[in-house]
Design a protein around this ligand. Structure first.
Ligand code: ASP
Length: 349
C-alpha cells in the first residue's frame, strides 16, 4: 500500500472509531435532520393539469394565477418563520381548496349523481407518517382532515361518513354541500353526461383534471407532500382516484416529495409518486429525469396523461406535464411567487 493509501486507511479507521464511540454513548441519530445544514426553504404547487388554452376566460386565468400566488405566499409565510414543510403544504393547499378556480374543495367537479366527493392526502417525508381521506362531502378543507387522520388517529385512510364523523369529533369545519358547487363544474357534468350517451358506461368522458397539490422543503431539510381533489367529473360508484392513495398521487420521503395530477387510474397502476422517488432513492436518478420518465413516458405509454410536481432534498424541482397546461408555481427564500399555466417559461431557482 502506498503512502497515500495508508493515509486514507488511517482516516477511515479514525472515522469508524468515532462512529462506534457515538453509538456506544447512545447517541440518538436522526438521519434526516442531524447535522443537516439549514436548507433554503422551497415550496412548489400545482393546481391541476387539466387546463387548455382557449378553454379559459382571461378573467378566470387571472383569478387562478392570483390564487396560486396567494397559496405560495401562505406556504412561504410558514417556511419563513422556520415552520415545518408539512405546515407549509397544509396552509398552501387550504388556500387553493377555498379558491373556486380549482378542482378541490370549493369548485370541485361533480360526480355522476350530482354530488361533490372529495379526496386528499398528506405525507411527511422525515417521519414517513401519512394521512388520507376519500369521498367526503361536507369537509371544507379536506387537507386538514387528512392531516388530522395522520396526527390524531391510528389509521392512514378514512372514507365517507366515517371520515366525516371523525372530522366532527376533531372540530374540523363542516359545511353545507352547496359550499362546493360552482356553475362551471355543474355545466361540465352536463356536458360529460351528454358526451357519454352512446358510449360504454365504464368509459370516462373527457377528464377535467384540476386537483391541487404542494410539496415543500423546510429549513431543517424536511420534505412533505399533499394533494387535494374533487376527482374526475362524472365519476360514479364511489370511484376514488390516485390523489389520496399514498404512493400513487402523493408521496414524500427523506429525499423526494411528489404530488400528481392526471388520470388517476393510470397513476394508481404506476404507483407514480412512489415510483419517481424510488428511482431517486434506489437507482440514483436525478429527480428531474425520474419525474420526466414516469410522467411523460411511462404514464402516456400506458394510455394515461397528466402531470406532477416533485421536489428533492437538494432543492431540485421538476414540474412535468403532457397536457395543454398545468397550473403551477414555486416560491423560494426571497418570497417572490413564480407562476405559470401553459407551455410558458417558468425560471427555476
Ligand atoms: N388525479 C385526480 C383523480 O384521478 C384528478 C385530477 O388530477 O384532477 O382523481
Amino acid at each position: 500500500m502506498g503512502k497515500r493509501g495508508g493515509t486514507w486507511m488511517a482516516a477511515w479507521l479514525a472515522l469508524g472509531a468515532m462512529l462506534a464511540a457515538g453509538a456506544q454513548a447512545g447517541v440518538q441519530s436522526d438521519p434526516v435532520h442531524d447535522g443537516a445544514p439549514a436548507a433554503a426553504p422551497l415550496l412548489v404547487l400545482h393546481g391541476g393539469a387539466g387546463v387548455e388554452r382557449g378553454s379559459l376566460a382571461a378573467a378566470e386565468e387571472a383569478a387562478a394565477r392570483q390564487a396560486l400566488a396567494r397559496a405560495l405566499q401562505a406556504g412561504h409565510a410558514v417556511l419563513r418563520e422556520g415552520g415545518a414543510a408539512l405546515d407549509a403544504v397544509t396552509a398552501a393547499i387550504a388556500v387553493l381548496e377555498d379558491a373556486p378556480e380549482f378542482n378541490a374543495g370549493r369548485g370541485a367537479v361533480f360526480t355522476h349523481d350530482g354530488h361533490n366527493a372529495l379526496d386528499a392526502a398528506v405525507m411527511d417525508g422525515a417521519s414517513g407518517r401519512a394521512g388520507a381521506i376519500a369521498g367526503v362531502r361536507r369537509v371544507r378543507n379536506p387537507i386538514r382532515l387528512a392531516r388530522a387522520v395522520m396526527e390524531a388517529s391510528p389509521h392512514v385512510m378514512l372514507a365517507g361518513e366515517g371520515a366525516e364523523a371523525f372530522a366532527a369529533a376533531r372540530g374540523i369545519e363542516l359545511v353545507d354541500p352547496s359550499w362546493f358547487r360552482t356553475d362551471k363544474r355543474w355545466r361540465q357534468l352536463q356536458q360529460a353526461r351528454a358526451r357519454e350517451q352512446g358510449q360504454a358506461a365504464t368509459a370516462p368522458a373527457h377528464p377535467y383534471f384540476g386537483t391541487v397539490g404542494a410539496v415543500a422543503l423546510d429549513a431543517r431539510g424536511g420534505l412533505a407532500a399533499g394533494t387535494s381533489t374533487g376527482g374526475m367529473t362524472n365519476k360514479r360508484w364511489g370511484r376514488i382516484g390516485d390523489s389520496p392513495i399514498i404512493g400513487a398521487g402523493t408521496w414524500a420521503d427523506a429525499r423526494c416529495a411528489v404530488s400528481g395530477t392526471g388520470w388517476g387510474e393510470y397513476y394508481i397502476r404506476a404507483a407514480a409518486a412512489h415510483e419517481i422517488c424510488a428511482r431517486v432513492r434506489l437507482a440514483g436518478q436525478p429527480l428531474v429525469q425520474a419525474a420526466a420518465e414516469v410522467i411523460n413516458r411511462d404514464i402516456p405509454a400506458a394510455g394515461g396523461n397528466g402531470g406532477a410536481i416533485a421536489l428533492g432534498a437538494d432543492g431540485s424541482i421538476a414540474l412535468p406535464f403532457n397536457t395543454g397546461g398545468m397550473y403551477r408555481g414555486w416560491i423560494g427564500a426571497d418570497g417572490v411567487p413564480h407562476v405559470a399555466v401553459f407551455d410558458e417559461p417558468l425560471p427555476l431557482p
